[in-house]
Design a binder for this molecule. Sequence first.
Ligand code: CUA
Length: 168
Amino acid sequence: MHIDPIEKKWVYISFFMAFFMIGILTAYAINYNIKPPSNVETIDSTRLHLTKEFNEDNLGIKRADDGVLEVTMVAARYGFYPQNMKVPANTPIRFRIASADVLHGVHTAYTNLNTMVVPGYVSQVTTSFPHTGEFSMFCNEFCGLGHDYMWSRLYVVPKAEFKLDGDK
Ligand code: CUA
């Protein structure tokens, strides 16, 4: 088969570019400890309010049975509930998030908390926040006309200042 030399050159260049970009992504992922969420757990998104875990009274941060701090959140058009949350810095925190309607995404600026929230599934991500401050959690999957206004606040406070109701 005859391949024009110039065409051949472009084939090499495009392969090089593809592998170069894969290399950048890999280096970035390793450097920033980014990994895809791997929890697969189904839930009936139309009945979240009737479940023990995702009903309105149970949302927020608490200590789970295994001792880990756990944040239970609902994503629904157009907000994340609870809308303000305080968490301690440098502490592993398990986020469990479910959608009450359509596909949403949670992206917390300047942190590695970023996951899709697919209706019918529970998104689970464990991470810890090295820096204190006020962070915005944005929805990063287009979910409707109010998508741009779908966000909430995460306050990361020094570990010593954090107190959970019921903790000594
Ligand atoms: Cu929820 Cu965009």
